[in-house]
Design a protein around this ligand. Structure first.
Ligand SMILES: C[S@@+](CC[C@H](N)C(=O)[O-])C[C@H]1O[C@@H](n2cnc3c(N)ncnc32)[C@H](O)[C@@H]1O
Length: 131
């Protein structure tokens, strides 16, 4: 099995746990650990949306979208359409839950199960590739 498939398998089994890093869902000790050792995750999230202004009316491709925090934030900032690409089906299930919770119509978001490179994607105004 090559490295890309190893990453996909790992993140598929790690999806629920990974998702708890966002939204402050973890216990106080783990939140302290995340703040101390994973602050780059929150920094890159903030910097990404600072750089990608204006978002309103734009199309966005999120490569390795994980559980979808960037997807939902892009919609919150007015993106017209977002595509999320990820090889881990459990991550894509969490994206669908996030979209439903945020009240985003599913037809505005295309979710693709696959690896990059290797999965054909249409041109978008912006591409996000983090983590
Ligand atoms: C650390 S998570 C980051 C998720 C999200 N981008 C974030 O920053 O919160 C990495 C994600 O990339 C996905 N991934 C790993 N290799 C990939 C590849 N070759 N193409 C697309 N996605 C990939 C994993 O399945 C996982 O969901």
């Amino acid at each position: 099995m090559n490295q890309e498939h190893n990453a996909a398998t790992f993140f598929n089994s790690f999806a629920e746990t990974f998702d708890t890093i966002y939204d402050q869902k973890r216990n106080p000790f783990m939140r302290w650990i995340d703040g101390k050792f994973r602050s780059d995750m929150f920094l890159r999230y903030t910097l990404t949306f600072e750089k990608l202004e204006p978002m309103a009316g734009r199309t966005v491709l999120d490569v390795g979208c994980g559980s979808g925090p960037y997807i939902v934030e892009a919609f919150r900032r007015g993106a017209e359409r977002v595509t999320g690409l990820d090889p881990a089906p459990n991550m894509l299930t969490l994206v669908r839950q996030r979209l439903a919770q945020a009240g985003v119509a599913e037809n505005r978001c295309t979710l693709m199960e696959g690896l990059f490179p290797g999965t054909p994607v249409e041109p978008h105004d912006y591409a996000i590739v983090t983590g």
